[in-house]
Design a protein around this ligand. Structure first.
Ligand code: MG
Length: 458
């Protein structure tokens, strides 16, 4: 089945509302997901939650109906973070979950994310199995076997309670500091959980973007260039830290006490420094994550591993190695003790725990450790495999450690470069990190060379 302009990835589909993403498309994928989940766990419900996007209520009704049409009972948990949907799937022993959210994509987008019965996003194999139903035909329920919809308004509270019950979290120490924090939820689902969390942690909060109405006042990805208003709020209010969540609250970005956005990679680096003293163990990140995370793991003598890009790949690698902390450099912190998904509320708790137990400022965690610059680039993907590009680069940079799990990553003690064909767009991403911008740009240029020759020739 063809869906023009729709971005179909391993664990989701996304598109612009009214263009590639219509109610019909959402209904088709939701029904296929329900039918697939039923074949695995007959009789168990599907959890549905959404972020704050304007199109959310419309798509929620469509998704409910589609699931009912294949005989699935639905438990709707309302406007919630994506990690809350994942935890609710586990709580309800559901057959799976659907999060209606386009995460950090611009306001005109929406999407469906597929969550399996374990609370993890669908793997590549599960996603393919589910999509096969689109061609084979979706089995619908007869009139007397349709599903029904109930709601559960306690999912956010359970999520909060679970974060606050983490045994190693020093809540008393955090509360004793009475931190003044600045918060920007960008009118996303963060507004339904972050104020309660910060209140429970004894924080005084200055906040912007707190109406969960999906009318994002800025591009919603929490990257440094989008956090100007939060930086200003930190400076005006005298807060000791700035916190920014993306619309579905699985990513957290920070500013330091001067309002400077320190880069999303520091969120996971600080979380690693918070967790490892209490929970020694492996650290896993994806191959495009900054060295600052690896450095944090090494400072505590922890074993460090890479996983292919994609949240589920990191989660599965963490599960396989019994990792205690991991995630992605984009501000996605995964603490398996809570659940195997990126979770901004737990990231906030860990970062405040670190500040409280070390007595340091956010800027100290940047200035005390080696610093790097990341440079990102992309090229058109050639119509031929990249095998020759990879071998040319491995030959040229024989002194680097090569990782071929996902494209090619070449690693040196203080720098790396990663080439990888995108899973959703006809491009090759090139990303490099080094102690200086010039050195990172040089690595990108070196990696582009054999690739550009191939694009020119194809
Ligand atoms: Mg997100």
């Amino acid at each position: 089945m063809a869906f023009d302009g729709l971005m179909v990835s391993v664990s989701g589909v996304r598109g612009r509302v009214g263009e590639a993403l219509t109610p019909e498309v959402m209904a088709t994928f939701a029904a296929a997901f329900g039918a697939w989940a039923k074949t695995k766990h007959q009789g168990r419900p599907i959890v549905v939650g959404r972020d704050s996007r304007v199109s959310g209520p419309m798509f929620t009704r469509v998704v409910h109906s589609a699931l009912e049409s294949v005989g699935c009972d639905v438990i709707d948990i309302g406007v919630v973070p994506t990690p809350t949907v994942q935890m609710a799937v586990e709580h309800h022993h559901a057959a799976g979950g659907l999060a209606i959210t386009a995460s950090h994509n611009p306001v005109e987008w929406n999407a469906l994310k597929f969550i399996g019965s374990s609370g993890l996003f669908l793997s590549a194999a599960e996603g393919a199995e589910m999509r096969a139903l689109l061609d084979a035909g979706i089995p619908r329920a007869t009139w007397d076997a349709l599903g029904s919809v109930t709601s559960d308004d306690q999912a956010v509270q359970r999520h909060l309670d679970a974060v606050l019950a983490l045994p190693f979290l020093d809540i008393a120490a955090i509360r004793a500091r009475n931190f003044h924090v600045a918060l920007d939820c960008c009118h996303g689902a963060g507004s339904v959980i972050m104020p309660q969390l910060l209140d429970a942690l004894g924080c005084q909060v200055s906040a912007i973007g707190m109406h969960a109405d999906g009318r994002f006042p800025r591009p919603p990805e929490p990257v440094a260039e989008n956090l100007g208003a939060l930086s200003a709020l930190v400076r005006e209010s005298g807060a000791v830290i700035g916190l920014a969540t993306d619309p579905d609250v699985d990513r957290l970005a920070l500013t330091d006490e001067t309002g400077r956005a320190i880069g999303e990679d520091y969120t996971l680096a600080m979380a690693v420094r918070a967790v490892l003293p209490a929970r020694p163990g492996n650290v896993v990140t994806n191959l495009s994550t900054s060295k600052v995370v690896q450095d944090a793991a090494h400072d505590f003598g922890a074993h460090f591993e890479f996983a292919p890009v994609g949240e589920v790949n990191v989660a599965l690698a963490m599960q396989a190695s019994g990792s205690t902390i991991g995630g992605e450099g984009n501000g996605g912190v995964i603490l398996p003790e809570l659940h195997l998904g990126r979770d901004a509320p737990v990231a906030v708790a860990l970062v405040l725990h670190l500040l409280a137990t070390t007595g340091k400022r956010v800027s100290d965690f940047v200035s005390e450790h080696p610093r790097y610059v990341i440079v990102k680039d992309k090229l058109d993907r050639p119509d031929v495999p990249l095998t020759n590009v990879y071998s040319a680069l491995r030959k040229r940079f024989a002194d680097a450690v090569a990782d071929t799990q996902d494209g090619l990553r070449l690693d040196w003690p203080d720098r790396w470069v990663h080439l990888r064909p995108s899973g959703t767009e006809p491009i090759v991403r090139v990303i490099a990190e080094a102690p200086t911008e010039a050195a990172a740009r040089q690595l990108v240029a070196d990696a582009r060379e054999p690739l550009a020759a191939l694009v020119g020739a194809s």
